[in-house]
Design a protein around this ligand. Structure first.
Ligand SMILES: [Zn+2]
Length: 204
């Protein structure tokens, strides 16, 4: 069972095609949107929401991991996007931190950011299946099929990688992979409660 997540959009050149492909197959995904793109292309997030996809917060500028930012900056990165998501956000307030190249390390969160996310009742969604589509737009499909892990991260941005989404979905389904939407395997904070250790993910 693999849950599809799409980060860093919405992008008018890519997101509509991704939504078309998901709709053709009856698949539901989660889109972690960047606030400043959401502000420009809200209609795309509205379409995704209307078609039954979940929408989560992926910071406002996506400039740097929260653990490298002061408390005020981290607060603005989280809260500006959550405000923009009014009417679209999943009720569990899904938030995915910016990994800076997909890294799950101590730069991911500051103590202040963790406090803010727990006080704000957020659910933090990480990842365990990262084929690095942004680095290898034509070769990621093989890795995405070969990797283990339940929460797959792809990016609905204009790298060309999503030109191969149809191929990936066809091959994955032919190989017996089922697509679901459970994010619990990668959710260390659920509705504000720390439910799995954050060891190695917080700046000392
Ligand atoms: Zn990202």
């Amino acid at each position: 069972m693999v849950s599809l997540t799409f980060d860093n959009g919405p992008d008018p050149a890519v997101t509509p095609r991704v939504l078309d492909l998901l709709a053709e197959r009856g698949l539901k995904a989660t889109f972690f949107v960047v606030g400043e793109k959401l502000a420009r292309h809200r209609h795309l997030a509205e379409r995704a929401h209307a078609e039954g996809h979940w929408i989560g917060n992926h910071t406002y500028t996506h400039a740097a991991p929260l653990g490298t930012q002061d408390a005020a900056t981290a607060r603005a990165e989280i809260e500006r996007t959550q405000e923009l998501l009014d009417g679209l956000a999943h009720p569990d307030r899904l938030f995915r931190p910016m990994g800076g190249g997909g890294r799950l390390d101590r730069r991911l969160f500051s103590r202040d950011a963790v406090d803010l996310l727990t006080a704000g009742g957020y659910s933090v969604v990480l990842w365990d299946r990262l084929p690095r589509d942004w680095e290898d737009p034509d070769g990621w499909v093989e890795r995405a099929l070969a990797q283990d892990g339940n929460v797959l991260v792809l990016h609905d941005v204009a790298t060309g990688a999503m030109d191969h989404l149809q191929t990936f979905l066809d091959r994955a389904q032919a190989a017996g992979i089922e697509f679901g939407r459970d994010l619990g395997a990668c959710m260390p904070i659920r509705r504000g409660e720390v439910v799995a250790p954050l060891d190695g993910l917080v700046t000392p």
